[in-house]
Design a protein around this ligand. Structure first.
Ligand code: ADP
Length: 262
């Protein structure tokens, strides 16, 4: 499998005080499902947002599909963002618009500002939106306003909006942090299916180590802005949990070290 994403010595400094990322190095292969885990404030969100340049790294290189994204100017950046879908903890939907309108927003990156502002979508784009909503089990909700949906349904709309971009990769920033266990499972199952059946690379920030162990091909453990683990879920035992989360939390989590979905 070819490498789709690579971090080379990436650091991020906020102001003069906070070093959020320190010399991060890792590579992600096409189609991989990678979870980034670590305590609050470890730098997970910063790391994810540097990939599509929502945040600019202070130094180092981030290579996506063979190109250094740090050097991208406006036009290349717009193109990069069509190829990378983003899923947010709080969904980032337009609540007064319908489900299908929110999904179609995923096509805006391909349009001129005017066509986008006028909501001019082709029949083919509408068919695609419908198909994606069917895959996500939302065909009954298509014309509902998003503020009438449950959290799990809103997150599926968020996934639909990312998928209609025809992305190479999905970045998911704490996608299940606001959801109950049933909705969380449904969202994680959809993300797993997106990587295994559609071949789309998935990189997801997770708070829940048990979920990360169950779904990931690979886990990157981050602590205080440094990568302290990079490997298969099976390699995460008590010692690894301690280096990722610190000894106190790791004692509470150590029983999870043996739980893997295989
Ligand atoms: P995580 O996602 O693991 O909780 P973050 O990437 O959000 O971690 O934060 C990493 C560190 O950077 C934390 O110390 C946080 O306070 C700091 N930080 C995050 N965003 C900003 C910002 N916009 N300005 C200043 N400091 C920030």
């Amino acid at each position: 499998m070819t490498t789709l994403l690579e971090f080379k010595n990436v650091s991020k400094q906020y102001g003069s005080e906070t070093k959020a990322l320190s010399n991060i190095n890792f590579a992600v292969k096409e189609g991989e499902f990678v979870s980034i885990i670590g305590p609050s404030g470890a730098g997970k969100s910063t790391l994810l947002r540097c990939i599509n340049r929502m945040i600019d790294a202070s130094s180092g290189e981030i290579v996506f599909d063979g190109a250094n994204v740090s050097a991208f100017k406006k036009k290349e950046l717009k193109r990069l963002r069509t190829r990378i879908g983003m899923i947010f903890q709080h969904y980032n939907l337009v609540n007064r618009l319908s489900v299908i309108e929110n999904v179609l927003h995923g096509r805006l990156g391909y349009k001129s500002t005017l066509a986008g502002a006028l909501g001019l979508y082709t029949d083919e784009e509408k068919r695609q939106a419908f198909n994606i909503l069917q895959i996500l089990g939302l065909e009954e909700q298509i014309y509902k306003r998003c503020d009438q949906l449950s959290g799990g349904q809103k997150q599926r709309v968020g996934i639909g909006r990312a998928l209609i971009q025809a992305p190479r990769m999905l970045l998911c920033d704490e996608p299940i942090a606001s959801l109950d266990p049933n909705a969380s499972k449904m969202i994680m199952d959809h993300l797993k299916n997106i990587s295994s059946s559609m071949g789309i690379t998935v990189v997801v920030n997770l708070h829940q180590v048990d979920v990360a162990l169950k779904y990931s091909d690979r886990i990157i453990g981050v602590n205080k802005g440094r990568v302290v683990y990079d490997g298969v879920p099976e390699g995460i035992q008590t010692d690894e949990l301690q280096s990722i989360y610190g000894s106190e939390v790791a004692n509470n989590l150590s029983e999870l070290g043996g739980q893997h979905a295989g």
